[in-house]
Design a protein around this ligand. Structure first.
Ligand SMILES: Cc1ncc(COP(=O)(O)O)c(C=O)c1O
Length: 428
């Protein structure tokens, strides 16, 4: 089946709002490590990993074997029965989280994980008021859209939570952009105080934030911002939820969780994407008392099922035994050097940011900060033609997202940089 035939069938039966990449969309049918093959036999370096989800690489034997073995015995039981891999995974994540007395609830996606975290916080605090960051993305349910500060991903204004948005996640387009890091943090903390004082009834349930905004274009605030904000939250008893759906598991290189760059232990963290290396799994890890604050029964039929939890255990084992966080740090530095050099010779690059293997390249009209979404679209196409798959994002659709699997090699980083460099240099 050709891509053109698949596209015609796709368009006939799938929603118009289910966005596809590329003027001639492709299907990926095979993969090995950081490389994938499309349905027409073309090969690519995959520097987006199905939106940061193929975390340790495609077709990793240890993960594939664990899934195959589990699928051959028991795929589903429901959480009405004890599930050993779910229990073991919860133990692992509770320990890895660094949250004292942590408990874990498993879901099937990041959206559901954030729903669960908001349920915990609003129940524990008996308040439906929530703080979120401008330019954030937290998912596609009503509550998750409610805390999403990006009009392009807010399909409805209906929301069960009463949200106030604060500054801070996106320095490049912030009114505080010209301040030093310390000044920026001070300005954001002042804004937070002001928002609590002027737009809420005071008894806010929680603040939810991504340590690096994913869909928002890998927007990266200065280290320490959330630690400083947490001091204000603590004055009011407001809980802090870190959305680690993109930043977790060592992707940022320096730390295992993105929030650790801010010297703060959150009350809850949500996770999804990479932990199952492609199997559908998400969840929330929270302080035990917070997790247990729900008074009615609550269940996720598929959440924590034997197959996805077995895949997650195998993924985490692989990640830790190969020290992929250290690899993300090393390869991330190499990637960053290459991107900084590209920025120095291409005026269309307005900003290079991110941490580890989560690098954002914001494209602008040369000589200004005017967003240049057409350039980002052109680079995405050119890179694909050159054999490199990238992501795109940002409020204005003008940010390239470079996020290879954490096992990426030096040679692959260099190859990817070469293709990306040629594509960016070709922008007119
Ligand atoms: C930071 C963040 N939170 C939540 C989500 C939602 O996750 P899912 O698409 O698995 O529902 C995403 C998805 O991109 C995300 O990037």
């Amino acid at each position: 089946m050709t891509h053109a035939e698949l596209l015609a069938r796709h368009r006939a039966v799938l929603p118009s709002w289910l966005a596809l990449y590329y003027s001639e969309p492709i299907a990926l049918v095979d993969g090995q490590g950081c490389r994938v093959v499309d349905a027409e036999g073309r090969r690519y370096l995959d520097f987006f990993g199905g939106i940061l989800t193929t975390m340790v690489g495609h077709n990793v034997p240890e993960v594939v074997e664990a899934v195959r073995e589990q699928a051959g015995r028991m795929v589903h039981t429901s959480t009405l029965y004890l599930i050993e891999p779910m229990i073991e995974l919860a133990e692992r994540i509770a320990t890895l989280s660094g949250i004292p007395g942590a408990k874990v609830f498993f879901t099937n996606s990041g959206t559901e994980a954030n729903e669960a975290a908001l349920l915990l916080a609003t129940t524990a605090r008996r308040s439906n008021q929530v703080l979120a960051l401008r330019n954030s993305y937290h998912g596609r349910s009503y509550a998750a859209m409610g805390v999403t500060g990006n009009r392009g991903w807010s399909a409805s204004s209906l929301t069960p939570v009463n949200v106030s948005y604060v500054h801070g996640g996106y320095p490049y387009r912030s009114p505080f952009r010209d301040l030093s890091d310390a000044g920026y943090i001070r300005a954001c903390v002042d804004d937070l105080r002001d928002v609590i004082l002027t737009t809420t009834a005071g008894d806010v349930a929680c603040m939810i934030a991504e340590p690096i905004q994913g869909v928002g274009g890998f927007a990266t605030p200065p280290d320490g911002l959330f630690g400083a904000m947490k001091q204000v939250l603590d004055e009011h008893g407001i809980l802090f939820v870190s959305d680690e759906v993109q930043t977790g598991w060592g992707r940022t290189g320096e730390h295992f969780w993105g929030i650790q760059a801010h010297g703060v232990i959150p009350d809850a963290m949500t996770f999804a994407k990479g932990v199952g290396n492609g199997l559908a799994i998400g969840g929330v890890v929270a302080r035990g008392d917070l997790m247990d604050s729900i008074t009615a029964s609550s269940i996720s039929t598929f959440g924590g099922n034997p197959l996805s939890t077995r895949a997650a255990l195998a993924t985490i084992d692989y990640l830790l035994s190969h020290d992929l966080q250290a690899n993300a740090h090393k390869m991330g530095s190499r990637l960053r050097q290459g991107l900084d050099a590209l920025a120095a010779r291409c005026p269309v690059v307005g900003d290079v940011r991110g941490k580890g293997l989560m690098a954002g390249v914001e494209l602008v009209q040369p000589g200004s900060t005017e967003p240049h979404p057409a350039a980002a679209a052109q680079v995405l196409e050119e890179a694909r033609r050159g054999g490199l798959l990238l992501g795109k994002g940002g409020l204005h659709g003008n940010v390239l997202r470079v996020a290879p699997p954490l096992a990426v090699s030096e040679a692959e980083i260099d190859e990817g940089l070469g293709i990306l460099g040629a594509a960016v240099q070709g922008v007119r």
